[in-house]
Write a protein of this length. Structure first.
Length: 203
């Protein structure tokens, strides 16, 4: 207790073995007074998942944080910058990522804070630089598809899809080019790298 005056007293709450509401009792020379359930101990938050765990440096990614004791967060920060919380429950938080600071990309620490305190370990969010296209070679091909195309640019690694004219292109596994239409083996890829979900042409 740091003292007080006629209208207020500043104190530091002691620890509690359990969470939940407790009484606050103030005693002076005039006797005791009780505020029943006046203070609530809250269990600290715990984070078990972050979905998705990456997004553009410009922000705007909706991230769902899973865990326990997540109700009514006071803040969710990404590298110290406040995200916008749109919904929360005891087991999840929906938050929109802020833009990354100028020049920052890569993994940053995500800190969730509730009335129970902060939780920052072990999850992080990966700010990914936006891709750019500087060349498409060749720039033309037959309507039947099958043209091997090389797309040049920056920040193209980890592409989740490529479309040409709105149609999914497949990644040539033998060469780093993209094809559109029927694969020579009679298969067509969905356009997602690293996945082997294929369907027979014509089915």
């Amino acid at each position: 207790m740091t003292g007080g005056d006629a209208t207020s007293i500043d104190v530091t709450a002691p620890s509690s073995a359990t969470a939940g509401p407790v009484d606050v009792v103030v005693t002076t020379a005039g006797g005791p007074v009780t505020d029943t359930g006046g203070f609530t101990y809250v269990s600290p938050p715990s984070v078990t998942s972050l979905t998705p765990d990456s997004g553009p440096t410009g922000g705007g990614t909706t991230v769902v944080i899973g865990g326990t004791n997540l109700s009514s967060p006071t803040s969710v920060t990404f590298d110290g910058n406040d995200g916008t919380v749109t919904a929360s429950s005891a087991t999840s938080i929906s938050v929109t990522t802020p833009a990354a600071p100028t020049g920052v990309s890569g993994f940053v620490t995500v800190v969730v804070t509730t009335a129970g305190g902060p939780f920052s370990d072990p999850f992080s969010f990966d700010y990914v630089l936006a891709p750019s296209i500087t060349s498409v070679s060749p720039a033309a091909g037959p309507t039947a598809g099958g043209t091997s195309v090389t797309i040049g640019g920056t920040n193209l690694s980890g592409a989740t899809s490529v479309t040409i004219g709105g149609n999914p292109a497949y990644l040539d596994r033998k060469r780093p080019h993209l094809g559109l239409g029927h694969h020579p083996t009679g298969h067509r890829w969905t356009g997602q790298r690293g996945r082997d979900h294929r369907r027979r042409s014509g089915h």
